[in-house]
Structure formats: C-alpha cells, structure tokens
Design a protein around this ligand. Structure first.
Ligand code: NAP
Length: 306
C-alpha cells in the first residue's frame, strides 16, 4: 500500500507508469484533484477493495487544471480501471470523455470515470449518493420532500437539485448567492426536465418564506468548512426552523457547523455530509466493479479517516 497521505503527480501517469505497476497491490484507481492530499476517498475505497479481495489499490494524484486532458488520456493508457474527480475538475472533465451519462450531463459535472475497452465513461454519483444519504438519515425519499437548497447552483448544489427533480420532489427552491445562476438553473430544469424550480436570493425575507414552505433544507455552500463560519441561514431566519424540518449539511469536515447547531436548537432532525460522501463512493465502486459496495466497511474506514 502507498502511504496514507502519499500524493502522486500527473507526470507519474505520463511515463511508463512503473511507479503504479510496481506497487503492491498495483494502483489501478485514483482520485484527481488540486489540492487532493485531504481526500478521504483512498482509505474508504482501499477498505472496499480489500474486503472484496480485489488486487488493486486506489491512490491520490495531484492534477492541475491544464493537466487534466492528458491525465485522462493517460489513465486509459496506464491500465487504470477508473478515477474519481474532485475540485477543480468536475465540470471541466465533461468535454474530455468519450461517453457521459444523461444524469451527469444534466448535473453539469463528472465525479466518477470508468475506463471500459479503452474508452472513458463519465458519471455523477454525488446526486444519487445524496438521495441514498437522505434515505438513510431521515428514512424518506426525495420524491416526498419539499426542498430548499442553499447554494443550489454550485457544483454539489446543482447535482442535488437535479437529483431532486429526477426523483420528483414536489417543490424545489434554489437559494443562491448569485441569483442569476439560480435563475439559469431553473430555466434549464424547465427546458430539460419540464420541472419547476424557484430561484431566490439569500435575502432573509425570501429565505423565511422558503423555510416555512420546505421540509428538507440543504446546505451546499462552503459556509461551515472553516471554524467560525456563519450559518448560510441568517439569524433572522433561524426561528422559522421547527421540529418538523430536516436539515442536511453537505459539509463533512470535522465537527458540527453553525447550521447544524441551529437545527439542533430548533429540535429539527439533522445530519452532516459524511453519509453523502460514503454513498457517492459506494456508487462509484459499483460502477467500477458491477457489484454491491461493502457499505459498512467503507463507513468504518471513513469514520477512522475523518
Ligand atoms: P462550488 O461549486 O464552488 O459552489 C459553491 C456554492 O456556494 C455556490 O452556489 C456559491 O454561490 C455558494 N457560496 C460560496 N461562498 C458562499 C458564501 N460565502 N455565502 C453564500 N454562498 C456561498 O462548491 P462545491 O464543490 O459545490 O462545494 C460546496 C460544498 O459542498 C462544500 O462545502 C463541499 O464540502 C460540499 N460537498 C460535499 C460532498 C459530500 O459528499 N458530502 C460532495 C461535494 C461537495 P455563487 O454561485 O454565488 O458563487
């Protein structure tokens, strides 16, 4: 196994790839990102590979934006089975793949690549992973929930909004810092899926009404990643949260966030983004190997790593 935080470079993938072939077991899966050292995917996926007795390992590769096209081509040449993509590659990868799933195209982002017969196939497991997380955390499906997505026009937010639309959520409100991006997304959802999505700003009056008319509130902004970050729900809106609400914060780094504290104060059900991270990884494993992922093994590895 490579060291727990070892990071390879795009140059390692460009040559004869001996560095990957000589590893024991050989590296055949990876994550591309920049930065990528923080990623929790290697311990989670390596635990799954070991559990299934698959003789491969999953490594981190730092790929700068300008290196992405070649790194993707080299992935196939180096006999890799696939890759995950993280910041800043999820959107850019769309143009460099041979095939892209309908869902990933609607979501405008790829987080999983599978190499099949030398061709690169792109998928997005963030949306389905989010749906599975909601089922697990709150025991209900997106199709029965009115949703408010804070940061809904960002990368993760867009995957979540599209997933909600695909699963038939009865009401979808996107609250985006730049409202024009929310409006553009609403227009696309109407055009491509025939679904109504309302777009609002982060103005407290608009948020108050949106919270009151929603069941599930999701944070898909980065607010909460840093200690001391404020909640994306301003104080003036906090009192609209009640016991009947479900609050999901996609942030999974470290302790609780200001939003989760607000939810707990209101007696609402709440969960952090760790379950979404787990389920998007499990769905990627299933795309690569066509068999159920060992969920509990992956969950334990993730908990240990975070
Ligand atoms: P992104 O593409 O940069 O989108 C960020 C979104 O947040 C945009 O809508 C942006 O609004 C908004 N935003 C940024 N700063 C803000 C602020 N200070 N106040 C209000 N809104 C703000 O980022 P991303 O990749 O989607 O990541 C967003 C979050 O999702 C991160 O916290 C990440 O950890 C989390 N995530 C979790 C998982 C998981 O598996 N749990 C997976 C992916 C991402 P504008 O449109 O105005 O810029």
């Amino acid at each position: 196994m490579s060291g727990p935080t070892e990071v390879f470079s795009a140059a390692d993938l460009a040559g004869d790839c001996e560095v990957f072939r000589r590893m024991s077991p050989p590296a055949r899966l990876c994550i591309f990102g920049d930065p990528v050292a923080h990623s929790a995917s290697p311990p989670m996926q390596n635990a799954a590979l070991r559990e299934h007795g698959l003789p491969f390992q999953y490594v981190r590769i730092r790929v700068a934006p300008e290196e992405l096209p070649h790194a993707l081509v080299n992935l196939a040449k180096a006999d890799f089975l696939g890759a995950n993509l993280t910041i800043p590659h999820k959107q850019a990868a769309l143009t460099f793949l041979d095939e892209v799933s309908r869902e990933a195209r609607l979501m405008g982002a790829i987080n999983t690549v599978a190499v099949r017969d030398g061709k690169l196939h792109g998928f997005n497991t963030d949306g389905p992973g989010f749906a599975a997380a909601i089922r697990e955390e709150f025991g209900t499906d997106l199709g029965s929930l009115r949703v408010l997505i804070l940061g809904g026009a960002g990368g993760a937010g867009r995957a979540i909004t599209v997933q909600c639309a695909l699963e038939g959520s009865p009401s979808m409100i996107v609250a985006n810092r730049s409202p024009e991006k929310g409006e553009a997304l609403a227009g696309e959802m109407k055009r491509d899926l025939g679904k109504e999505v309302s777009s609002i700003s982060l103005d407290p009056a608009a948020l108050l009404k949106a919270v009151a008319s929603s069941d599930l509130i999701i944070n898909a902004t980065p607010l909460g990643m840093k200690t001391g970050d404020p909640s994306p729900l301003p104080e003036a809106v906090e009192n609209a949260l009640t016991e009947r609400h479900m609050v999901y914060d996609t942030i999974y780094s470290g302790g609780t966030t200001a939003l989760l504290k607000q939810a707990s104060k209101a007696g609402a059900k709440s969960a952090s983004g760790l379950s979404m991270l787990l389920h998007q990884g499990a769905k990627a494993f299933e795309i690569w190997f066509g068999k159920p992922a060992p969920l509990e093994t992956m969950r334990a590895a993730l908990k240990q790593a975070s």
